[in-house]
Design a protein around this ligand. Structure first.
Ligand SMILES: [Fe+2]
Length: 269
């Protein structure tokens, strides 16, 4: 474990109360925020589910939920910044819904969209990512290590990166909370330098919590501390600020992927 752990920014958590399968009420939200702060997090992007089975979750409801939560956290003396966002199920109408403002981008900055695949199937993302790019948006695929298609064929992650997508793995996956298969894929993704973000995807105070401090240590052990800072701190902070995030050049062949020649080229867009 490193001696000095930096401040974390968490780009994926379900802390807005009573809106999805995350925090059930304000008390649980406040306790989640306390846990996040104790873990070293200073900024949270609240990302309730949108689309899929959560079509009832509107942008207005998320904005209002975040505003209310900020008030509650201030009253409770919990010092953490909370920004609005969404964890968006991939579906054909997504680009149109983004364009007309019915789906939230991360931090509501109009730059990054957090994309969720169904767990049991992989869908090629090239067409969607290309369409989003034309709209000035970058797609971030959440927890690829928990998708069955990717578990069966981890090289699909490189396809997402080549198509201009960014990847976010879940802290708990690196810690074994989702089983050995997810852990292996998450570790593979870190070693292959595929990962831009580690986030909590926290849902509650007991089962699906934050764990970024432990994940930071896991990434530092798998790669190095510089990599851990990029994945857990610097890249997430850039998303929270609405800034571009460094992208990988992904080699065209699996053999070339092992040369390790290309890390974190900064985007200028
Ligand atoms: Fe999520």
């Amino acid at each position: 474990m490193t001696a000095t752990v930096p401040n974390f920014t968490d780009i994926h958590c379900h802390i807005v109360p009573g809106i999805d399968d995350g925090a059930r009420n304000v008390a649980e939200s406040v306790e989640m925020a306390r846990q996040a702060v104790a873990d070293g997090t200073t900024t949270l992007i609240a990302t309730p589910h949108q689309l899929g089975g959560n079509r009832h979750v509107t942008v207005a409801a998320i904005q209002q939920g975040v505003a209310n939560l900020r008030t509650q956290l201030e009253a409770a003396g919990v010092a953490v910044t909370v920004l609005p966002g969404a964890d968006v199920r991939i579906e054909p109408e997504l680009p149109r819904l983004l364009k007309c403002g019915d789906v939230l981008t991360l931090g509501d900055h109009g730059r990054h969209v957090l994309l969720e695949l169904p767990h049991d199937v992989f869908v090629p993302l090239e067409p969607l990512l290309a369409t989003l790019r034309k709209q000035g948006l970058v797609g971030i695929l959440s927890h690829p290590e928990r998708n069955r298609g990717i578990i069966a064929n981890p090289a699909l992650m490189a396809d997402v990166l080549r198509a201009g997508g960014l990847l976010q793995i879940t802290a708990g996956s690196l810690l074994g909370h989702f089983g050995s298969s997810c852990r292996k894929i998450a570790e593979y993704a870190v070693r292959q330098q595929f990962v831009h973000f580690v986030a909590s995807d926290a849902h509650d105070t007991q089962q699906r919590t934050f764990g970024l401090r432990d994940a930071f240590a896991a990434v530092a052990a798998l790669a190095d501390e510089r990599t851990a800072r990029l994945m857990c701190c610097e890249h997430p902070a850039r998303v929270a600020a609405g800034e571009a995030v460094g992208e990988r050049k992904v080699a065209k062949s699996p053999a070339a992927q092992t040369t390790g020649s290309s890390w974190f080229r900064r985007r200028t867009a």
